[in-house]
Design a protein around this ligand. Structure first.
Ligand SMILES: Cc1ncc(COP(=O)(O)O)c(C=O)c1O
Length: 350
């Protein structure tokens, strides 16, 4: 049975979190002399001399409306990378606990595990980039706290089968993290809708991809209020800065513009996949539910280096197991995609 209290590290259970000035008073006073800010102002606008709302209330309310979920199910991090690190810090005892990852997948799960001195067990994806449930099950032991699933997966681009994810959610008594950084480009629905069914579920999303706000650093964790409370306890008090909170609130008004960008990126992705498939140097274009394509080519490293000489940077994934000879290609603007296609044609015309 899933028991959250048993998963939380003992020191985190005991922790008295930092109580900021803005925690202790958040009303509308006339004179704020409680946070050692610069009362005279700043060289920028009048707002930036004040600490931001540590709970990002306005932001969560607005995100809650867009995502169809109440604010107490939402945690915001300085990018989803901060959410990833916090999950390790809240739930994994360094030197004792372990987590399961399914490579090839997003590199930060392993890096964060290593930073936190948490052992990594690997259940590599099968040849079709789906979960190896039989292997995965054999890896679980009493110290397995988190299973990391990425869907759509980076760098392979595919969604994991929904029934497989449900199987893990139904049978694992630790926390299942589903990283949905690329979900807006996918046909599958988000697992946010299923939070009520799974007390052990954490869904990660980000504003860095479809929303085009990578520079502002906002990642989201969606989970039960009990899990959100643990993350809130451990996070730095002001992890989402004032400028970001203001700009994101502004951006969240533009859902239609974002939907238009998503549609365009998906169309360009599918068109680009067809163009690549016709190239003699391309062996395979993997189906993608994300804003990038994983493409298997002859001589990946050489093509990568050739494109660099043309000022075009791709991600060479040819050293990654199961991605041998693969390049990961982010969908660019129409013009960038044309430059890439022309340069690839130059390569095989050589
Ligand atoms: C699967 C996945 N998760 C998380 C992230 C990190 O996102 P953020 O910019 O929110 O830290 C990335 C970034 O590439 C990613 O590919």
């Amino acid at each position: 049975m899933f028991q959250l209290e048993k998963l939380i590290r003992a020191n985190i259970q005991r922790l008295t979190p930092y109580s900021s000035a803005r925690d202790e008073y958040s009303g509308e006073a006339k004179v704020f002399l409680d946070a050692n800010e610069n009362s005279l102002g700043s060289p920028l606008t009048k707002w930036y001399h004040r600490y931001p709302d540590p709970h990002q209330r306005k932001l969560k309310e607005k995100l809650g409306v867009i995502k169809g979920i109440s604010a107490n199910h939402i945690f915001l991090g300085n990018g989803s990378d901060e959410c990833i690190d916090l999950l390790f810090r809240c739930f994994c005892e360094p030197g004792k606990d372990n987590v399961i990852i399914c490579p090839p997948t997003y590199g930060m799960y392993a890096v964060s595990a290593n930073i936190n001195d948490v052992a990594i067990k690997k259940a590599p994806l099968l040849d079709d980039f789906q979960l190896d449930l039989v292997h995965l099950e054999t890896l679980v032991d009493d110290h397995t706290k988190l299973i990391w699933l990425c869907s759509p997966n980076n760098p392979t681009g595919n969604c994991l089968y929904r029934e497989d994810i449900e199987m893990v959610l139904n049978n694992f008594n630790g926390i299942v993290v589903i990283d949905e950084a690329y979900i807006n480009f996918a046909k599958q629905n988000s697992f946010i809708r299923n939070l009520a069914d799974y007390p052990n579920l954490v869904v990660l999303q980000t504003l860095s991809k479809a929303w085009g706000l990578a520079g502002l650093r906002v990642g989201m964790a969606f989970a039960s209020p009990a899990i959100i409370a643990v993350l809130d306890k451990v996070k730095p008090p002001y992890n989402i800065n004032q400028a970001t909170q203001e700009l994101v609130l502004q951006a969240l008004e533009e859902v239609e513009q974002v939907n238009d960008m998503i549609r365009l990126l998906v169309d360009m992705r599918d068109a680009l996949a067809e163009v690549f498939l016709l190239m003699p140097t391309v062996e395979k274009v993997y189906p993608s539910d994300a804003n990038f394509l994983l493409v298997k080519v002859k001589d990946a490293r050489k093509i990568y280096e050739f494109l660099l000489t043309k000022g075009i940077v791709l991600r060479d994934r040819s050293n990654v197991a199961l991605c041998e000879d693969c390049l990961r290609i982010t969908i660019g603007t129409e013009k960038e995609n044309t430059l890439l296609v022309d340069a690839m044609r130059d390569w095989y015309a050589l």
